[in-house]
Write a protein that binds this ligand. Structure first.
Ligand SMILES: [Zn+2]
Length: 127
């Protein structure tokens, strides 16, 4: 999966205005921000991931787990499991700015202590 710096302009798809990247991590940039993320934010992301905006072909594996597993990452949500690595999530803040994250961001938060930018978490809270 491509690496994009957090809050850099999103250019992966055409026609998406005022969007920035969140959570596009890569092994080439392993020193991502770490910390605790409140469980409400994680639940909100899981809800988005249960009906994602965009699906991609195939599955991206977590680059930090890839040597330990050959299957896509899973997360539990309500009574089901969500398979991660084939979708993007959009979070829109009240001012209309958009944050676009791979659904693997949930796994990065839960398993690798990735700490998304505060503005993203605030947009998530008010979405
Ligand atoms: Zn992982």
């Amino acid at each position: 999966m491509s690496y994009f710096k957090d809050l850099s302009p999103y250019r992966y798809r055409d026609g998406i205005d005022r969007a920035v990247n969140v959570g596009w991590l890569s092994l080439k940039n392993p020193l991502f921000p770490r910390g605790n993320t409140c469980s409400n934010a994680v639940e909100e992301l899981k809800k988005l991931a249960s009906s994602p905006s965009w699906r991609t072909r195939g599955y991206f594996m977590c680059p930090f787990c890839i040597f330990r597993r050959s299957k896509p990452a899973l997360v539990n949500f309500e009574a089901t499991k969500i398979v991660l690595g084939s979708a993007e999530l959009i979070v829109i803040s009240p001012d209309g700015s958009k944050f676009i994250a791979p659904d693997l961001v949930i796994h990065y938060i839960e398993r690798h202590s990735y700490k998304p930018p505060q503005v993203f978490l605030e947009a998530l809270k008010s979405s």
